[in-house]
Design a protein around this ligand. Structure first.
Ligand SMILES: C[S@@+](CC[C@H](N)C(=O)[O-])C[C@H]1O[C@@H](n2cnc3c(N)ncnc32)[C@H](O)[C@@H]1O
Length: 348
C-alpha cells in the first residue's frame, strides 16, 4: 500500500476519513504489513501490501485465510449475504491467485462503442470495482492520474503483485456494497464482468453510481441473456461444480479447457487451410471467438464460469433502466459479441 492512498479512504463503519496509518513492515515506500485505524475504534489490517477494508464477519473470514487474529471493530452483515460473499471470496480468490497472469486481451472489447479506454481515463481519478488479478488496472493506471482497484476476494493479492510498480495504482480489498470512499468522489468508475456475480446486482450498481462525481462516467459490463439453452445447461452443471473443492474443480476445468481448445485449434487449422468459407456456417460463433484466445485463457474461463456462486444474465433494457434510475444521461449500451452488454453513462 502506498501511503498516499490514505487521504482518499474513509472508515466503512462511521464514514469518517483521516485514518491513522501504523506501519509494521515497509519495502521501497510500500507498506506491506500494518493497520489503518479510525477514531471510532475500527481497525483495518494491511496484509501483503493490501488494506483489508471489509465488514466484521468478512474481515474475520479473511484473517483466518491469512492465519491472523481479528482486530477490534463493530461492523456486521446479515448472514445470508455473508454466506454468498464468503463463497465469492473463496471462488475468485482461488481463481485469480492460481491464474494471476490471466489476460484475455479484451480491455477495449469490454468498453461500449464510442469510448476509447486508451484516452478516456487520461489524467483522471478513478475507481475499478472487482479488479480480479488486475489486468485492466494495469492498463488504466498507464494513463489515469490515480486509479483505485478494489476487489472483495483474495484476488487482490494477485492484483497487488501485478500493479505494485505503478505509483498511481492502489489495490484495496473491499466490497462494492461497502466502499471505503466518499460518494461523488471519482471522475470515472468501472466494473467489468463483476455485477453478475453479486448477490444483488441492481443494488450493487446503485452503490457504484453513487461513487461518481457530477459529469463523471460509469462503465459496466454484464453477461447477456442471449443464449438460454447454453445458459440453462451450464446452470444445471453448476449445481454440482459450485459445491466442488477448488482443486478438484480446477482439474476438471483443465480437462474441459483442453477439449475446448482442441476444437478451437481445429477451426484455426481449417481457416489456415482456406476452408473457413466452406465449413464456417456450421461452426458455432463461440468456437470462432475462443479460437482467438490462448490455452490458458480457455481453461481459466472454464473455472470462471463453473466456480462462481452467483451468475446472472441480463437484457439490454435492464442495464439501461439501472442507468436511468440512478440519474445518468447520455446512456449507451452496446453488445460485445453475444456474451456481454457494455454500458456507459454520465452522471447528470
Ligand atoms: C469474473 S471476475 C472479473 C475480474 C476482472 N474485472 C477482470 O475482468 O479480469 C469478477 C470479480 O468480481 C469480484 N467481486 C464479486 N463480488 C464483488 C463485490 N461485492 N465487491 C467487489 N468485488 C466483487 C470477484 O472477487 C472477482 O474478482
Amino acid at each position: 500500500m502506498k501511503p498516499s492512498c490514505v487521504e482518499y479512504l474513509i472508515c466503512i463503519g462511521c464514514g469518517k476519513g483521516a485514518l491513522a496509518l501504523a506501519v509494521e513492515q515497509e519495502e521501497s515506500g510500500e507498506v506491506l504489513e500494518g493497520a489503518l485505524t479510525c477514531s471510532c475504534g475500527t481497525s483495518y489490517p494491511i496484509i501483503g501490501g493490501v488494506p483489508r477494508m471489509l465488514s466484521r464477519k468478512l474481515l474475520d473470514e479473511m484473517l483466518a485465510e491469512y492465519g491472523k487474529a481479528a482486530p477490534k471493530g463493530r461492523l456486521t452483515d446479515p448472514d445470508d449475504v455473508q454466506a454468498v460473499q464468503g463463497a465469492t471470496m473463496d471462488a475468485f480468490g482461488f481463481e485469480w491467485r492460481h491464474y494471476a497472469d490471466y489476460d484475455a486481451h479484451n480491455y477495449e472489447n469490454w468498453m461500449p462503442e464510442g469510448f476509447d479506454p486508451n484516452t478516456g481515463f487520461r489524467g483522471k481519478l478513478g475507481l475499478e470495482v472487482g479488479c480480479g488479478a488486475g489486468r485492466h488496472a494495469e492498463r488504466t493506471a498507464g494513463s489515469a492520474r490515480t486509479h483505485f482497484a478494489v476487489d472483495l476476494s483474495y484476488a487482490v493479492d494477485a492484483a497487488f503483485q501485478r500493479t505494485r510498480h505503478l505509483p498511481n495504482c492502489h489495490v484495496i480489498q473491499a466490497d462494492a456494497f461497502n466502499l471505503p470512499f466518499e460518494n461523488c468522489r471519482f471522475d470515472y468508475v468501472y466494473c467489468l464482468g463483476v455485477l453478475q456475480h453479486m448477490h444483488d446486482p441492481p443494488e450493487g450498481f446503485r452503490h457504484l453510481a453513487r461513487q461518481v462525481r457530477r459529469d463523471g462516467i460509469l462503465l459496466v459490463n454484464v453477461y447477456q441473456a442471449s443464449r438460454p439453452f447454453t445458459t440453462g445447461l451450464l446452470e444445471a452443471l453448476r449445481k454440482i461444480t459450485t459445491r466442488m473443492p477448488p482443486r478438484a474443480l480446477n482439474a476438471c476445468c483443465y480437462l474441459a479447457g483442453t477439449m475446448d481448445y482442441l476444437i478451437c485449434a481445429t477451426w484455426r487449422g481449417a481457416e489456415a487451410l482456406g476452408l473457413s468459407r466452406l465449413i464456417g456456417p456450421f461452426v458455432p460463433g463461440r468456437v470462432k471467438e475462443y479460437a482467438k484466445h490462448t490455452y490458458r485463457t480457455v481453461v481459466t474461463d472454464w473455472y470462471d464460469r463453473l466456480a462462481c456462486p452467483v451468475k446472472i444474465h441480463y437484457q439490454r433494457e435492464d442495464l439501461v433502466g439501472w442507468y436511468e434510475q440512478a440519474g445518468y444521461k447520455n446512456i449507451r449500451v452496446t453488445p460485445y459479441w453475444k456474451a456481454f452488454w457494455n454500458g456507459f453513462g454520465e452522471k447528470a
